[in-house]
Write a protein that binds this ligand. Structure first.
Ligand code: FAD
Length: 463
């Protein structure tokens, strides 16, 4: 009998434990993607970008003589229908680790097994399952460096090669048409804005990794902090949808390290930050939306407010912050250094709840990742695990001097005379007044005044 393969964030053929095992079983395979309520609720840019990924993955499956069946509805109900239609006796999938996915997948597993059907989950989204990395006392890690020390020497299974052909059922079930799903409908900003910046699909992701390991990895450690430089791998976008697996990246980085590439170990360490984020998300799921540290409950964050709206629109009057917010809005990504600076500015200078920022990132980022995003915000805000102390207030002007000394990054998004800026803003809806020819706004707050206000609130909380 056929086997249903329920794809979610693993839209690739190689480095895929679930797919490799399914192919080895010799059974006819029915690849399925379900637009369930959880997926419907994705942020605008992430949902749109997922649509691109699905289109690419469907083409790749067709190249192997298979198909991607698209269905919409609650996961369990859809799976039951597809099982009935195809006569399949089982469903396999790659595990996810956020509370919502765990609850959904657990319910699916219980319901199918109660009916005598096969329901099996597999690894593949992470290098290490969150429960397989434990401290000497058997608990989970709360601090990154000991986590890194625990995993850096571990064996990571070699990625499986992509199958050459997939056998299908005698009769394929019905599929929705991807275009009908309108995955870009919430992109009020217009998909044309982001499109030139996306690198979509498994082949492109592998090429991106190879190009990074060929050249940029050498300088990675020193250059990765400069937002105007193209010095990082940019693989977060591909990892999020599973267009590439972490084991491919780990092995590539490891080989580069053995070949003497200077930045390779640092690159592996960054990849392990992603692991650590999911380790935390699994063991402390409240990280997604509550202050991770309990003694932060009741901190007087401001709710959403007019200053936060200026922040979203890149109109704070703080050039580095505004450049970064515009970068995210028009490209779907933001440099890591800039993410830290805009997050610090919102939570400290503007005293605004980190969740206001987290939600905007979730709406704008094409690499949105529930764990990395929540960990990043809580790290900057000071209420997270292994967090920067709250009194460490980034000074955006000082940061700009240090990491964007020639102003190239700010010019790219703020200077009306720069041809580069024009390229970025050609398609941006004018109602947002993001175009660089808008007059520069006055700063919302003087930097030292904002810093003092944040520190005073912090001191009051402690006493
Ligand atoms: P590289 O420098 O090439 O690093 C390689 C890989 O390591 C990345 O692709 C990513 O998977 C992982 N990685 C690197 N840095 C981090 C980090 N700090 N935390 C977790 N994983 C990391 N990353 C996301 O993928 N999605 C998010 O939604 C996200 N939100 C963030 C929000 C804030 C406030 C902050 C401070 C950081 C956030 N990050 C997020 C982490 C980081 O900014 C991005 O992973 C990074 O910029 C991606 O660029 P890259 O692929 O070129 O990274």
């Amino acid at each position: 009998a056929p086997l249903v393969l329920w794809f979610r964030r693993d839209l690739r053929l190689g480095d895929h434990p679930m797919l490799a095992r399914a192919v080895a079983s010799g059974r006819p395979l029915v690849p399925l993607f379900i637009l369930d309520p959880e997926t419907e609720a994705l942020g605008a840019a992430a949902k749109w970008r997922l649509g691109l990924s699905l289109a690419d993955f469907a083409r790749r499956l067709e190249g192997l003589g298979s198909r991607l069946i698209l269905r919409r509805g609650p996961a369990l109900a859809v799976l039951e229908q597809v099982l009935a239609e195809t006569g399949a006796m089982g469903v396999h999938w790659s595990r996810l680790y956020d509370a919502g996915s765990i609850a959904r997948d657990g319910a699916v597993k219980a319901a199918l097994r109660a009916r005598g059907l096969e329901a099996v989950s597999h690894e593949g989204f992470l290098l290490h399952e969150p429960w397989q990395v434990a401290t000497g006392q058997g608990g989970f890690y709360r601090v990154y460096t000991p986590y890194w020390n625990a995993v850096k020497g571990r064996d990571v299974a070699a990625p499986e090669p992509a199958p050459k052909r997939l056998s299908g059922p005698a009769v394929w079930p019905q599929s929705d048409v991807l275009a009908d799903w309108q995955m870009g409908a919430a992109m009020r900003r217009g998909a044309g804005v982001c499109l030139p910046f996306q690198v979509v699909g498994e082949d492109a992701a592998q090429a991106r990794l190879a190009a990074f390991l060929e050249t940029r990895v050498q300088d990675y450690k020193a250059a990765r902090d400069f937002p105007a430089r193209d010095a990082t791998s940019r693989l977060s976008e591909n990892l999020t949808y599973g267009e590439i697996g972490p084991r491919s990246i780990w092995h590539g980085g490891w080989r580069a390290m053995q070949d003497g590439a200077a930045g390779a170990e640092h690159f592996l360490k960054e990849l392990v930050w992603r692991e650590f984020a999911w380790h935390l998300m699994y063991h402390t799921p409240h990280m997604a939306e509550a202050n991770w540290r309990e003694d932060w409950q009741g901190f007087p964050w401001r709710e959403d407010n007019a200053d936060a709206e200026a922040w979203r629109r890149g109109m704070t009057g703080e050039p580095f912050v505004d450049a970064a917010m515009r970068e995210m809005y028009v490209t779907g990504t933001m440099h890591n250094r800039a993410r830290m600076i805009v997050a610090s500015y919102l939570t400290k200078h503007l005293m605004t709840d980190w969740r206001v920022g987290l939600r905007w990132f979730a709406d704008c980022l094409t690499d949105w990742d529930a764990a990395a995003n929540a960990m990043g915000w809580q790290w900057v805000a000071g209420c997270g695990p292994d967090a920067a102390p709250y009194f460490r207030v980034f000074n955006p002007a000082g940061q700009a001097e240090k990491f964007d000394a020639d102003g190239a990054y700010r010019k790219r998004f703020l200077d009306p005379r720069s041809p580069e800026a024009r390229r970025y803003f050609e398609a941006v809806p004018l109602s947002w007044q993001l175009a660089p020819d808008q007059p520069a706004p006055r700063p919302l707050i003087a930097l030292d005044r904002g810093r003092e206000r944040a520190l005073a609130a912090y001191a009051a909380r402690k006493s």
